[in-house]
Design a binder for this molecule. Structure first.
Ligand code: ZN
Length: 205
């Protein structure tokens, strides 16, 4: 009986073990200004390479304003929020870790808010002054960077070279798409405002 109980306990704890993903194993911010990012993952998520790419692309694009992000902590999402189908679930994510200003929720599936049959790759969801990034684990490499653009005050763009432009296009090539000269002052102003207001936190060494 004791053995059965031990095995059951092991099975219960097993998914958490996959989350032994360590923030220190993810890319570090090398910029002058580093924002702390709290990461939330479904219990079965184990794709460190995907996380690494998202962070590398975000930090590469934010380098134009001498800014970057770094994961400060990794948390487990409650099972029922591993997949986000409704607006109510998006709002429930916002109840998690409210004391941490910048939250990145990676979920298995993210449905469109209006059309549940449509799939979204990422969204910056807001409730009053609060905001949080929700991203599907199927998001392309630039999705976190794009969402951080929204966090830092940018709307969608028609500029061909902007990462905030969602229109499929063949030019410029992906590595030349980032935050444009027009967008950088907006990013900088919003960053300063949100840090001053305590809505973004700088990384603690
Ligand atoms: Zn967007």
């Amino acid at each position: 009986m004791k053995l059965v109980r031990a095995i059951l306990l092991l099975l219960v704890l097993w998914p958490a073990r996959l989350h032994a993903l360590d923030p220190a194993a993810l890319p570090r911010c090398q910029a002058r200004t580093c924002l702390a990012l709290d990461l939330w993952l479904p219990s079965d998520f184990a794709d460190a390479d995907w996380l690494t790419t998202q962070l590398e692309v975000a930090n590469d694009r934010l380098a134009v304003i001498q800014t970057g992000v770094q994961v400060a902590a990794i948390h487990l999402l409650p099972g029922e929020l591993g997949q986000i189908d409704t607006v109510a679930q998006r709002n429930r994510l916002g109840q998690l870790g409210r004391q941490t200003p910048l939250r990145w929720f990676v979920v298995r599936h993210l449905a469109d808010a209006e059309d549940p049959a449509a799939i979204r790759k990422g969204v910056t969801w807001r409730d009053g002054d609060a905001f949080w990034v929700i991203e599907s684990q199927t998001g392309m490499r630039w999705v976190l960077a794009h969402e951080l653009g929204h966090v830092l005050g940018l709307a969608h763009s028609k500029e061909a070279a902007s990462i905030m432009n969602k229109t499929p296009r063949v030019w410029p090539p992906p590595w030349q798409i980032g935050f444009t000269a027009r967008e950088r002052p907006i990013l900088q102003r919003t960053l300063q405002r949100l840090v001053r207001a305590g809505r973004l936190q700088l990384r603690k060494e």
